[in-house]
Design a protein around this ligand. Structure first.
Ligand code: ATP
Ligand code: MG
Length: 534
């Protein structure tokens, strides 16, 4: 019986394999091509960043930040901080869980070395410190004295308790010294792009700056179809310049053009405006919404009841069947937009019409964060079940400033590439046809060589044909004629090139069409021309 292999990809992650990866590459190539025709340049931000960047950029009370980020343990470069990190690792990994006297001495020594190292680093201003970190260090020192005193005590339950207590105490105090800047695997990339815009002074370049990215993101969610813990996004951001409605419309046009070129079918674009964070606009609406929700509180589920206080807009996201009629009767944001936001929204719609972009308005499409404003949009696709959103986007004029940069307009989107690919594959399967992006990686030509001289000719021919761009399979060992043809068919090769002593001597090679079994004799030059003519 087959047993489970020892190592498997971690839950929520997966291997992307051929031939699927050919489709991934074509999708990505299409993004490079389409986005560059709209003047976007590619940015490749790092995959891990400071936790704080996302806490601010995505919002501390979102699911993403509060429970879905993968934290990294990292050893800093500074010596004292390295000792600290080592200490943290030791404590957290549980290797200091019992207090046998020999381990105690080792542990105390380590903490002492850390304290000395920290003091030197602090004197040289190498570590971040405040009054409160100084106080923490004093606490650690005094507790260490208590711990050292244990060395003369008999080893019993009291000893163990005291030890555990102190270690727990160190855990908290040392963590709060904040020597190692907490880092996480990125759950999204908009915050990174904004960070890079600020860090590289891009506000001094011609505005707006148009950037796109593609790559893996990480969120600890419940894995299911279309939802993974490592997933891929393709996204674009426009930073700086005006917030003219034409910018929103052009970005959406580019997105729909991209989907179109990928061959995505049954996609639907929904748009909305969520105004801006002011009393005469969204804040006024949210107050009204809360008021109305309180009136029907008893009829709502627990999640929605909680959100009345924390984030009433998110009640509109609810998928609960019995809440739908209640939500349908709630006030709508369009009736509460200020004049400027109203005008902006109308202009975006006019401009989308002008560009022939079809959309549906969805007043329930909202975002819970303050810096999101005005235009929001989402695209759904077919064949994905309940995970049918392939792209989300919107305007976020306050984000760059929130991250410490100058006031800067911003708008962008993120496409879920895994879901886009799933939907494309669904379409390909349903129609039984080839992907419009072409995915075959079978060889065009399999070289069946026999004998040392033929091998030399085969190596040369393979190199020349590959140089000319043809997919060629050259078997590494000599195969009997029948075996060679069998292998060629299994690989899905269209032709077999037969090279034996006769062919090499006469310079006339045999090309066999594997579908029709037709054969023809060709010189090397004629072969190249024939393949080019296909
Ligand atoms: P959802 O409501 O489906 O969880 P989201 O609002 O969390 O999506 P965004 O943060 O706006 O999604 O990300 C943009 C796109 O990235 C989504 O529309 C989706 O296609 C994709 N995406 C988000 N999370 C995942 C995931 N865990 N696995 C695969 N794709 C994802
Ligand atoms: Mg999500």
């Amino acid at each position: 019986m087959a047993s489970k292999p020892k190592f498997q990809a971690i839950r929520g992650t997966r291997d992307l394999l051929p031939p699927d990866t050919a489709l991934w590459n074509r999708v990505e190539q299409t993004a490079h091509e389409v986005f560059s025709t709209y003047g976007f340049g590619e940015i490749r931000p790092p995959i891990f960043e400071a936790t704080e960047l996302f806490a601010r950029g995505v919002g501390g009370d979102t699911d993403i930040v509060s429970k879905e980020m993968y934290r990294l343990e990292d050893l800093p470069e500074d010596q004292s901080a390295r000792d600290l990190a080592y200490l943290q690792l030791m404590i957290h990994s549980g290797s200091v869980s019992s207090a046998y006297p020999d381990q105690l001495a080792e542990f105390v020594g380590r903490v002492q070395r850390f304290i000395e190292g920290y003091k030197v680093a602090r004197q040289r201003e190498l570590v971040y410190h405040t009054d409160s970190t100084d106080r923490r260090l004093q606490y650690i020192e005094s507790h260490l004295e208590g711990l050292s005193a244990l060395q003369n005590e008999p080893y019993d339950a009291k000893y163990q308790n005291k030890f555990d207590e102190t270690v727990n105490y160190f855990k908290v105090e040392i963590r709060d010294l904040g020597l190692t800047e907490p880092k996480v695997l990125r759950p999204e990339a908009t915050a990174s792009v904004c960070r890079a815009y600020i860090e590289h002074n891009m506000q001094q370049m011609p505005q707006p700056v148009k950037l796109y990215y593609m790559g893996p993101m990480f969120r600890r969610e419940r894995p299911q179809k279309g939802r993974y813990r490592q997933f891929y996004q393709i996204g674009a951001e426009i930073l700086g310049g005006p917030d003219a409605p034409a910018i929103d419309a052009e970005l959406i046009e580019m997105l729909m053009t991209f989907f179109d070129k990928c061959g995505l079918q049954g996609s639907e674009l929904s748009i909305n405006s969520i105004g801006h964070a002011a009393d005469n606009c969204r804040r006024g609406y949210v107050a009204k919404l809360r008021e109305e929700l309180l009136k029907v509180k008893d009829k709502l589920g627990a999640d929605s009841q909680r959100r009345i206080e924390t984030n009433p807009l998110r009640v509109l996201d609810s998928k609960l069947e019995h809440e739908q009629p209640i939500i349908a009767a709630l006030p709508r944001i369009a009736d509460y937009l200020c004049d400027e936001c109203k005008t902006h929204y109308a202009a975006v719609k006019r401009d989308l019409d002008l560009r022939g972009v079809q959309y549906r308005e969805n007043w329930r499409l909202v975002r819970g964060l303050d810096y999101y404003m005005r235009t929001t949009f989402e695209i759904t696709a077919q064949g994905l079940g309940s995970q049918n959103a392939v792209c989300g986007g919107g305007r976020y004029d306050g984000l760059v400033e929130l991250l410490g940069g100058p006031p800067t307009k911003g708008i962008g989107f993120a496409i879920g590439e895994d879901r886009l690919i799933l939907s494309l594959q669904e379409t390909i399967r349903a129609s039984g046809s080839d992907s419009p992006l072409g995915t075959s990686h079978s060889p065009l030509l399999f070289i069946a060589w026999m004998g040392d001289e033929a091998y030399a000719a085969a190596v040369r021919a393979a190199k020349n044909l590959r140089n000319a761009g043809f997919r060629v399979e050259l078997p590494a060992t000599e195969l009997k004629f029948g075996k060679a043809l069998e292998r060629a068919s299994k690989l899905g090769s269209r032709f077999a090139l037969i090279l034996g002593d006769n062919e090499v001597q006469s310079g006339e090679w045999t090309l066999k069409n594997l579908a029709t079994s037709e054969q023809q004799k060709l010189s090397e030059q004629a072969l190249l021309e024939y393949l080019r003519s296909l």
